[in-house]
Structures are given as C-alpha cells and as structure tokens.
Design a binder for this molecule. Structure first.
Ligand code: PEP
Ligand code: MN
Length: 346
C-alpha cells in the first residue's frame, strides 16, 4: 500500500537572508508538483513544510533554489505540531490571555460547576489571587453512572456569567462530538480529557471549530501518541492546541497518577505547542498540588491548571484534590516568585 498523503513530508529551511520572493518561489514549485506547503516565519529563519510524495519532492534540487539553505525529510509521524515544522514557540491567545513563548497562565476553579453560587465563590477567589483563566466542567460523566453528571448547558451559562463578572475566559471539557458546537458556543478553551485523548472523531471535530483546544495526555499514552493526537486537531485547520500533562498510570499507588514532569522539557524539544501541567488530577491529593505546581514552573511549563473549591468536603467531584481559595492565593505568591526566576510573564 502506498503511504497516505501526509505520511511523507520534507522541510525546506530558508537561509536567514532569504527574501519573500524566494519563499514564494518554493511554495509555487511545491504546488506545481502537487505538494501542500505550510510556511512558518521564524525569528531567524523561515521554514516551508511540504507534505506530499517525498520522492517527488526530493527530486527537485532545492539547495540550488535562491534563498534555500537545505531540505530535510521529517521522519516523525506527526508533522505540523513538530518543532521541525515550526522552530519558534507558538503563542496561543485564549480569550485575550496569551499562553506559550514566555507567557505563563494560571487556570483555576472548581472541578465541576455544581451551582451558580459555588462557581462564583471560586471564580471570585481565583480571580483575586491572580488566575487568568477559569476552569469548571458542565459535562461530568463519572465512573459510576449514578454519580452527579454535571449541569450541562446550565453550567455553561453560569460559566459565561462568571466570565462577564470577573473578566476571565473559561475552559470546559467536551466529551461527545455531538456537543462540540454547544461547548464551542460558550467556552473560550475546550478541553479534551485524558480518557478521550485517542477519540480521533472528537479530535477531528475539534479541528474544524474556531476555539482553542486544551488536549490532556491520555493516562496510558506515550508522548508520541499524544503529539499524534494533537496533529489530528491541527491538520484539520485548528492550530490553537495547548497540551496538558496530567499524570500517567504507573505501578505507583501513592498518587492517583504519576506526574511525568519530564514530559515538559521533552515536549518542548519535540513540539512548538504550549504545554501546561495539571497537578490536581495527577497527584490526586491536595497536599501535592503546591509542590507539583512549583516543579511545573521551573520545568518550563507555560501554565498550570488547578482545582479550587471553597468547601472541598462538600464537593460533588474530586474534593480530595481541591485546594482552598487561601491555599491557592499562597500558591500564586510562590508561582510569581518562581516565574520571575524563569523570566516568564504572567
Ligand atoms: C479534569 O480536568 O477535570 C479532568 C477530568 O481531568 P482528566 O481528564 O485529566 O482526568
Ligand atoms: Mn476533576
């Protein structure tokens, strides 16, 4: 079987002094041979990613073209999300909040929206403490089908009201491709949960809607599988994908999942996309939230997402890992100190 389109690709790296006409010339030649071209203008060099039949692309004497430095094959299974295709960090705007490329953002709020009051109490507190994006889920299928399942559209309405009140964009999860339009009509950032990282129908659907996506790592997924999942969204045309490391399943039982902090620098090397850390769902215990968050900042993450609840003992979902508003505020002081060491803007 011949490889599917996109299985093969090359990158054509332009010289630092290449002019626009040189890049246009490369793009035109690629079009003539039936290859797709994706131009990425970097701070130092422009890179043209070419997807098509590699042999046909390789036959052209690229290094003889004006302004071309070299042409190299991309051997990774993911292309657009790889750093080869886009050498500079991508900065993603989430409802006015920049993330990536030195812009760090704190995302906080309740795991699930339980009532308007509960959400507003958390939103007010996290806003005051310096969080830039609010979290809260309206769709919450649980291990048991008889547990609280979320307020659905009513929850999204409360989140939108909180956005108005506190001037914070919000992130909410979508689980079903049939709910994508509904969630996208309210949320500023749409989250894919760990259990859905490999739901390729959902990922492709999210690639065809306008809101940025926060893609959690599957708890049994390798980094390569995770980047392939991001590629599913990206290749459909939605280039605003943020990755979230949330722990993986290991033999260790002292934590809910093992936070793979190495994933942060590894992903930074492999991909240009922003990556954040979720210390709540990885550790699974409130005592671990602050140390794991501090680690994330110094490991080079572009942000973090944490569960905050004013009365965790009454929380309908994930009370054991929710921190109190005051604890979040103290954590933000530490995050600000570490962010300045890391030269991050927040
Ligand atoms: C969440 O962030 O609320 C959540 C359910 O996370 P995960 O999908 O990582 O378990
Ligand atoms: Mn949760």
């Amino acid at each position: 079987m011949s490889p599917a389109k996109g299985d093969e690709s090359m990158i054509i790296v332009m010289k630092p002094d290449a002019v626009t006409g040189d890049v246009d010339n490369v793009v035109e030649r690629l079009a003539e041979i039936g290859a797709e071209a994706h131009v990425s203008v970097g701070q130092v060099q422009t890179v043209v990613g070419a997807i098509g039949d590699r042999e046909t692309i390789q036959q052209l004497p690229w290094e003889a073209f004006a302004g071309v430095e070299r042409a190299v094959p991309v051997l990774k299974p993911y292309k657009f999300v790889s750093r080869d295709f886009h050498p500079d960090d991508t900065v993603i705007d989430v409802g006015g909040v920049p993330m990536g490329g030195g812009h760090f953002a704190a995302i906080a709020g309740p795991c699930a929206v339980e009532s308007r009051d509960q959400l507003f109490t958390a939103a007010e507190a996290v806003h005051k403490a310096g969080a830039k994006i609010l979290r809260g889920d309206a769709f919450k299928p649980r291990t048991s089908p008889y547990s609280f399942q979320g307020l659905e559209e009513e929850g999204l309405q409360y989140l939108s009201e909180a956005r108005e009140e506190f001037g914070m964009p919000f992130v909410a999860e979508v689980l079903d491709p049939r709910d994508v339009d509904l969630v996208a009509s309210y949320a500023d950032l749409i989250r894919v949960g760990t259990r859905n990282m490999a739901n390729f129908t959902l990922l492709s659907e999210l690639g065809r809607q306008p809101k940025p996506v926060l893609l959690k790592r599957g708890f049994t997924a390798t980094i390569e599988e995770w980047l392939n999942a991001a590629e599913y969204i990206y290749k459909e045309g939605n280039h605003r994908v943020i990755l979230c490391e949330r722990g993986i399943r290991t033999f260790e039982t002292a934590t809910r999942n093992t936070l793979d902090i190495s994933a942060v620098p590894v992903v930074k090397g492999l991909s240009h996309l922003p990556i954040i850390v979720d210390p709540s769902h990885s550790g699974g215990h409130r005592e671990l939230v602050a140390p794991l968050t501090r680690t994330a900042v110094v490991a080079g993450a572009d942000g973090f997402m944490v569960d905050v609840h004013h009365a965790p003992e009454t929380a309908l979902v994930d009370g054991a890992q929710a921190i109190l508003p005051d604890e979040f505020s103290a954590l933000m002081d530490q995050v600000r100190a570490l962010a300045s060491v890391m030269n991050l803007q927040l």
